[in-house]
Design a protein around this ligand. Structure first.
Ligand SMILES: N[C@@H](CCC(=O)N[C@@H](CS)C(=O)NCC(=O)O)C(=O)O
Length: 194
């Protein structure tokens, strides 16, 4: 299996999750500006969407979208998903929120078409981080065990810190907790971000 990633991009969440799951995989870095893999291939021939993450399974099937890849990892490592009747649905609910309500405003904040748009994006991120901060149950989003959604939230917080945006309590301690996890440290190291 091969994970196509760009250092520090949202694909870091999938990278962390694969390590948390203890799955074997190869990493291939992609230069997103020119859509080329580090081994010189045209990335759009691998993922026609042209963005990371992309996961090529051992049977050659392509998986894209953070929500889908993270769910797939959690299906292989159930410890990375909340339990209970609605566990899987709660996971999808949280991943969908992170992907559409938090990740997307960051794109507007990183690549604004105006100063006003950047300001609105910063306010939106602040409000939505506030919502997530109230959802933390114990150490992580779903209790005392980390899930694949925590890996995605960690990446969003990393972006917030890099952008100088404030991170509401108790998320700073959550961030430190995530960074202390061996899977996170390994992924950061492999992406040259440690
Ligand atoms: N809908 C996709 C969005 C993924 C995405 O935004 N990837 C960014 C990096 S964080 C990317 O590769 N951008 C390059 C591009 O769109 O050209 C998902 O949730 O997986």
């Amino acid at each position: 299996m091969k994970l196509y990633l760009a250092p520090g991009a949202c694909s870091l969440a999938d990278h962390i999750a694969l390590h948390e799951a203890g799955l074997e995989f190869d990493r291939v870095k992609v230069d997103l500006r020119i859509k080329r893999t580090e081994d010189g291939r045209d990335f759009t021939e691998i993922n026609p969407k042209g963005y990371v993450p992309a996961l090529v399974l051992d049977d050659g099937q392509l998986l894209t979208e953070n929500v889908a890849i993270l769910c797939w990892v959690a299906e292989r490592a159930p410890k990375l998903a909340p339990g209970g009747d609605l566990g899987r649905i709660r996971l999808i609910e949280m991943l969908a929120y992170l992907a559409t309500e938090l990740h997307k405003p960051f794109v507007r904040h990183f690549f604004p078409t105006s100063a006003a748009e950047k300001k609105v994006a910063a306010e939106t991120i602040g409000r939505r981080l506030g919502f997530v901060s109230e959802r933390l149950q114990d150490d992580y989003l779903f209790g005392r065990e980390a899930s694949v959604a925590d890996a995605y939230l960690y990446v969003m917080l990393r972006w917030a810190r890099m952008s100088g945006l404030s991170v509401p309590e108790p998320l700073p301690a959550f961030y430190d907790r995530m960074e202390a996890r061996p899977a996170v440290r390994l992924a950061l190291q492999h992406e040259g971000l440690a």
